[in-house]
Design a protein around this ligand. Structure first.
Ligand SMILES: *Cc1c(COP(=O)(O)O)cnc(C)c1O
Length: 359
């Protein structure tokens, strides 16, 4: 057999692999998965029925243009169809945005630590990642990010709220940042956790995009809407950017099941947002509980909390797992814990309390 293998692009060497949140251990006593920021509730009855009905047509290709979903989104957000694009989760859309803007010699700027998909999709494109450290308070340093822009910069991600810290950037600072970004650099506002925001000073990206042709808003059905397994997300952006997204889409990427489920979820929004409200109450309870135990917890506007545990990160994650909750460790940095079922949050709080006493 020859030693020679097919030639692969050099950019793929050393690419970080995406680490999915660990699943809850099967067969254990009780096991809760608090490692992927999923919605802990099962699908709403109406959504379930719609998807079940759509199952009978999966010998057919889906509607490639996602017509029904696009119309629904257009009405709901008050944006023209030409400003919309759907994709296989918002990660899929983010990858298309990079493909459409960046290649070898170009630069993509984002905060670090932030969403772990950014370095991966940037490196695949051949562009260079420019990672701008979060502030000491674990917030985007927008001034430093604007300072990092060069004539090679093609795209800047602003993850609001930031994954994994839950922290936000507010209206005045975000507008000041956008005013500093050259008109030919695309700013992607990744708003995967938008529905969990309760701070009125956090702007809605859809309002910011309207007067700014270089702003693209990313949203997903994976988190608050509870459709993580069906892979559907979307972007709102002005014509050239949205058109580029439609060009770079994998044909038939969004399944008919996903399209129908997304439409049904939008129509069941009152109930869905009621569940989100309960999770937000749980978030307050978890954060208050941790602070009462003596932990420093950054203000979170997402469905997770961040504990900067440094060298204790892995030990903490192991302690959680031993007690039946799986969290997401970033070794050497901290632990991200999804706000889940009340019982799961209780277990997490108990583990945090005893761990704190031993520190
Ligand atoms: C979960 C998440 C997404 C969405 O992922 P999907 O591909 O839509 O499932 C996007 N951005 C961030 C920051 C996330 O945490």
């Amino acid at each position: 057999m020859s030693e020679t293998s097919p030639k692969l692009r050099a950019e793929l060497a050393g690419i970080p692999t995406y680490k999915p949140g660990k699943p809850a251990a099967a067969g254990g006593p009780v096991a809760y998965k608090l490692s992927s920021n999923e919605n802990p509730y099962p699908p709403l009855p109406g959504v379930m029925e719609t998807v079940t009905a759509a199952v009978s047509t999966f010998n057919r290709y889906p509607d490639m243009a996602c017509t029904g979903l696009m119309n629904e989104l257009s009405d709901r957000f008050g944006v023209p169809l030409s400003h919309l694009a759907t994709g296989t989760g918002s990660v899929g859309v983010a990858q298309q945005l990079i493909q459409a803007t960046s290649g070898p010699g170009d630069e993509v700027i984002y905060a670090w630590r932030s969403f772990e998909a950014y370095p991966i999709i940037t490196q695949i494109s051949g562009a260079r990642s420019v990672q701008v450290p979060l502030t000491a308070g674990d917030v985007h340093d927008l001034d430093a990010m604007a300072d990092a822009i060069t004539d090679r910069t093609r795209l800047v991600f602003v993850c609001n709220p930031n994954n994994p810290t839950g922290t936000v950037v507010r209206r005045a600072e975000l507008e000041r940042f956008l005013d500093r970004v050259p008109a030919d650099v695309l700013v992607v506002l990744d708003e995967a956790y938008r529905e969990f925001i309760r701070d009125p000073e956090v702007p809605d990206g859809v309002e910011l995009y309207r007067s700014r042709p270089n702003v693209c808003v990313l949203r997903t059905f994976s988190k608050a809407y509870g459709l993580a397994g069906l892979r559907v997300g979307f972007a709102i952006a002005h014509e050239p950017v949205a058109a580029a997204l439609r060009k770079t889409a994998v044909p038939f990427g969004v399944s008919q099941l996903a399209q129908e489920a997304a439409i049904a979820s939008l129509r069941a929004e009152d109930e869905l947002l009621g569940r989100v409200g309960s999770l937000v109450c749980e978030r307050t309870r978890v954060v208050d509980g941790l602070r009462a135990q003596g932990w420093t917890v950054p203000e979170t506007q997402a469905n997770f909390v961040w504990l900067r545990l440094g060298e204790h990160t892995v030990a903490f994650a192991q302690a959680c797992e031993q007690h039946g909750v799986v969290v997401r460790p970033f070794p050497g940095e901290g632990v991200r814990v999804t706000v889940g079922e009340t019982e799961a949050n209780d277990i997490f709080l108990k583990v945090a309390e005893s761990f704190r006493k031993e520190l």
